[in-house]
Design a protein around this ligand. Structure first.
Ligand code: ATP
Length: 349
């Protein structure tokens, strides 16, 4: 278990983490969500003892990271996938890590197989795409078979197949009872990956709840409905006080303020024929943006401090820095060819 208690981190006038408290339970995937600059990476670094908190604490199995005996056997982390020695081969990079952690050499082969990098095991990592580097970073995180995994934007740079692969891998690891904290700025991706969500904005906690509850609370209030009796349906919807907005499709409107079951029941009660009734999941991403927009995109500055000149518009996402490695398919990778993402895949945008 990871426990973050009243955690604060200030960098000069910038408050990156602002009295943040949450716990990460074993046996499930906890998605750590927030727009760029929300404080996710800083929180992860604080949990991993790579930075000192201004105040508050971050505990792993009840202890600060630095007090854990043999910490790498407890916690595996992927922070900066590119932070590897480019002159080393993938195998040698992992072997070096294994030797420093007292991990047997055969485990290097095992994790290379697990992440599907065996065919390029003897290639220098400087030629690796971002997606291959992510796989190598995940292999390194898994090397000492830790019970806790902390992954910062692991889908960054992965192609759709790679995204499905990492999703399946995380689910399998959580099913083994491991504790998994995975950050993302993509709501739709987390909605299909995580069991539980911790949402931050400007370093502050915005939501801490099961994904199903988040979806029920923040989406589903819009429904696309298609009917050959659209005008009669519109009138019935107006009577209920729900709103009709154009759908951009002929014969269909988007109704807000209700759910698909309620709207279906209304149509049935009035004897109206429906050809389609679809909850609008896109509103989940919008709800997330709205939730985080309220507090702005940036860590807050002291009064009078200007925003950085190159800052993106608050409430909008800056795209992740990595490019999808469309060309790389890991032969034999677990989950390879497992089909299409189960909806909500943003492909890294
Ligand atoms: N070492 C540092 N020195 C100064 N400011 C920092 C430092 N690290 C982070 N920050 C600031 O703290 C805030 C939170 O950054 P952080 O990287 O933790 O956010 P994030 O949610 O991980 O964003 P992203 O998705 O872009 O990685 C940002 O305003 C960032 O500029």
């Amino acid at each position: 278990m990871i426990e973050v208690r009243d955690l604060v981190k200030r960098y000069g006038a910038t408050t990156a983490v602002d009295h943040l408290s949450f716990t990460v339970q074993p046996g499930r995937i906890t998605g750590f969500l927030g727009p760029n600059g929300a404080g996710k990476s800083t929180t992860m670094r604080l949990i991993l003892g790579l930075d000192r908190p201004t105040s508050g604490s971050a505990l792993i199995e009840g202890k600060p990271y630095r007090d854990l005996p043999d910490p790498l056997r407890h916690v595996g982390a992927l922070l900066e996938a590119r932070a590897v020695h480019g002159g080393r081969t993938a195998f040698n990079h992992l072997l070096y890590l294994a030797q420093t952690q007292g991990v047997p050499k055969r485990r290097v082969q095992q994790v290379l197989e697990l992440v599907g990098l065996q065919p390029v095991a003897n290639k220098r990592t400087k030629g690796f795409s971002l997606g291959m580097s992510q796989r190598l970073g995940i292999a390194a995180a898994l090397l000492a078979d830790p019970r806790i995994l902390i992954l910062d934007e692991p889908v960054n740079g992965l192609d759709p197949e790679g995204i499905v692969w990492i999703r399946d891998l995380m689910k399998a690891l959580a099913a083994e009872g491991r504790t998994i904290l995975v950050s993302s700025h993509l709501m739709n991706e987390m909605a299909v990956t995580a069991d539980h969500l911790v949402v931050v904005g400007r370093g502050r906690l915005q939501a801490d709840m099961p994904v199903a509850q988040f979806i029920a609370q923040f989406s589903g209030s819009a429904v696309l409905v298609r009917s050959p009796q659209l005008e009669t349906l519109r009138a019935a919807v107006a009577e209920k006080g729900w709103q009709c907005t154009p759908s951009g499709q002929e014969g269909a409107v988007v109704v807000t303020g209700t759910t698909a079951p309620e709207l279906g029941e209304l149509a049935a009660a009035r004897g109206l024929v429906l050809h389609e009734l679809t909850p609008q999941r896109a509103s989940l991403e919008e709800a997330f943006m709205e939730l985080t927009r309220e507090v702005g995109q940036f860590a807050h500055r002291a009064p009078g401090q200007p925003e950085p000149a190159d800052a993106p518009v608050p409430g909008q996402y800056a795209p992740p820095s990595g490019q999808p490695d469309a060309g790389f398919t890991a032969p034999g990778a677990p989950g390879a060819g497992a089909g299409q993402p189960r909806g909500g895949n943003d492909g890294g945008h």
